[in-house]
Each structure stands twice: as C-alpha cells, then as structure tokens.
Design a protein around this ligand. Structure first.
Ligand SMILES: *Cc1c(COP(=O)(O)O)cnc(C)c1O
Length: 356
C-alpha cells in the first residue's frame, strides 16, 4: 500500500500514514552525513514502535525523557542504548539503568549519590549563549532545563561514589539551521573542554521548515562542521528525523462561506494533529481530488472551538469529499494531541512503503 492507496480508500475516519521506506532512507542519509558522530533518536518526537524499529539500525541509541519512554524502548528494543534526560525525575526514574543519565540539577545528583548501582552521567548545561532565531529555547537564559555554570561547578564537586561523570549534555534550542546549530555546538564544545568533558552530547533541535517542506536541514554541512572534534560527540535529533515520514489524511465534509471567508470543515481535527496549533503555523497539505480554481480557504476540523485550525487563508481548490493529506505529520503530531476531547473516533494508522 502507498499513501495514495490509503487516500483512495479513506472513509469518514481520518488516518495517519507513515512511509516506512521513506523514513528508512532518510535515517540512512542522516547516518551517512555524520561519520563518527553518535546519533540517538529523541523518542518524544514520535514513539511509534514501527518507526522506532525502522530507525534502530541507523542510530547508536535512543534518548528518552521519562520512565514511560524508557520502559517502552527497553521492551521494544532490549539491546539498544538509552540516554535518559528530563527535568523532573522521580526516585524510581533514578534507579533505572540507562547507558547515560543526564543530570539536570545539583539536587538530582545528590539523590543519585544514594543509589546502589553505578550510573554513567552527563551534566546538562544551560549556557549563556545567544539562541536567536530558535523556534524554542531551552537554554541561553533562565529556563528549568539543565544548569548554569554555577550549578555545573557544584556538581563537579559532588560526583563520586556510584556516579561516574562521562561528560556534558546540552540541548539549548530547537528550529535552527546547520550554521546556527554549529555556532551553538562551538560554544558548547569550548565549555565542555573547560571542564574536561570527554563526551559531549550536543542535543537535537535541527530545523524543520513547515512553510517550505523542501527546505531541509543540511546534515552534510552539520557533519562537516563537527568533523575532527577529538571528543566523543553525540546528537539527539527528534523532529528532523521523523517529521517528513508522516501524513494525516482527512476528508472535506463541508465548505461554507461565513462573513465572506471560505471555510473547509474536515473530518478529524487538531485533537489528532495538534502541531499547527502549538507551532502557530499553517500545516502544509496536498489535496487528492478536485482540480477547480484555487482560492484562499481556512481548513478546520470537527472540534467546537475556534482554535481547531490546520491552516488559515491558504490558497486551495477544494470540493466536498476531497481528501486532504497534511504533510510533515510524523513528529510531535499524534502523540502530542488531546485525543479524547469531543470523543470523535481515533484515526486509523497505516504503514506504507512509498507515496504513489
Ligand atoms: C526534545 C529533545 C530533543 C529533540 O529535539 P528536536 O527539536 O525534536 O530535535 C533532544 N534532546 C532533548 C534533551 C530534548 O528534550
């Protein structure tokens, strides 16, 4: 089955379609562009088991941000390496046995010192480096993520006992192109050297351009920029790994003009695909169906809230019954959405190889 095949058979229940062959090729290309750099996929972008299995052969491990994600990856891929991060770890979380644990605060480190089994840690740094242009900033100022240099110094004095210090972790911003992410990497590596870190995790945050799906993160340039660094380097991409392999397919239920503005009411809604609401963008889409004249239309779902908007005033030629396939729905899409709001049916999931 292909994406087009699912579109042709779509009924009133929307569908998520994942192109596993496309994901396989994309993950392989990322791997090839970054020789010598360890890659951990950030599971929170999309933890779908089928996707994780496709990604696994191309990466060195998985980055998880909760005990739930840890258990999920352990059960699916028992031999994979796991890096465990996240700012709010419970006592149970701190007894787990990941390959690397990312320490978020001096108090967290004090709690780790009481554990029985050894643990290999990276200290998560929030450095005061400019992250202008980022879609989300986790560092470069006061945020709850990681530690400033004073917190890191405090940790350096505490390590010992079961806690084996392996290096530094930083995930400072998301939505940056390769040149900007390299600038951040340079600052992180310089700081890591100051504290003698042998291993440096540079985080994720590779840009995904929803307004221009063909404008892709330049993995080769990023790889070239990082080449030759003597320390062990690791990255943990999420969005830029899986965003492109997913589509959310819906059908036009109604077209109407209200106070002069054209609306297309689609099956499903942002309770299935929350990405355009959280990111504040128009989700790109392809229409399978009509070929009439294009005019500005606002695409909404079935929810009774004005926030249920996929795309606002975008040019499209739509007719009732057309299938609208929202693109770039493979990351931070289904798994971040509020599925139960309004009790509409859940989407179907299809795993295909190829588009047409
Ligand atoms: C979310 C997250 C990532 C992945 O970020 P993307 O923007 O999806 O690439 C990587 N590392 C950490 C610590 C994260 O919280």
């Amino acid at each position: 089955m292909t994406l087009l095949g699912v579109a042709e058979r779509l009924g009133d229940v929307p569908a998520y379609v994942y192109d596993l062959a496309g994901l396989d090729a994309h993950a392989a290309a990322i791997r090839d562009a970054l020789p010598g750099i360890e890659i951990y996929y950030a599971v929170k972008a999309n933890p779908d088991p089928r996707l994780l299995r496709v990604i696994a052969p191309h990466v060195d491990g998985f980055e998880v941000s909760s005990g739930g994600e840890f258990a999920h990856v352990r059960s699916l891929l028992p031999d994979s390496r796991i890096a465990f991060g996240g700012p709010g770890k419970t006592d149970a979380d701190l007894t787990l046995t990941p390959h690397r644990l990312h320490v978020e605060s001096p108090n967290e480190l004090r709690r780790l010192l009481t554990r029985e089994h050894p643990v290999d840690v990276l200290l998560r740094a929030n450095l005061d480096v400019p992250v202008a242009g980022a879609a989300l900033a986790m560092g470069g100022g006061a945020t709850p993520f990681g530690m400033d240099p004073a917190g890191i110094r405090e940790c350096l004095e505490l390590v010992g006992g079961p806690v084996r210090l392996r290096g530094l972790h930083a995930h400072l911003a998301s939505g940056l192109d390769a040149p900007d992410l390299l600038k951040l990497a340079t600052a992180v590596i310089a700081y890591a050297r100051e504290i003698g870190a042998a291993e440096i995790n540079l985080g994720g945050g590779m840009a995904v351009d929803y307004q221009d799906p063909d404008h892709r993160f330049d993995w080769a340039a990023y790889g070239r920029g990082l080449a030759g660094t003597p320390e062990t380097l690791r990255i943990e991409p999420g969005r830029a790994m899986t965003a492109y392999c997913g589509w959310y397919l819906t059908k036009v239920l109604d077209l109407k003009r209200v106070h002069g503005e054209l609306f297309a009411i689609l099956t499903g809604g942002t309770h299935h695909l929350r990405t355009p609401v959280t990111k504040g963008h128009n989700q790109p889409f392809t229409v399978f169906g009509s070929s009439g004249a294009s005019e500005p239309v606002t695409l909404v779902g079935q929810l009774c809230t004005p926030k249920d908007v996929f795309a606002r005033q975008v040019p499209a030629a739509l007719a009732v019954g057309d299938v609208v396939a929202f693109e770039m729905a493979g990351a931070y899409a289904w798994n971040i959405s509020h599925h139960d709001f309004l009790m509409h049916p859940k989407p179907e999931f299809h795993y295909v190889s190829g588009i047409s």
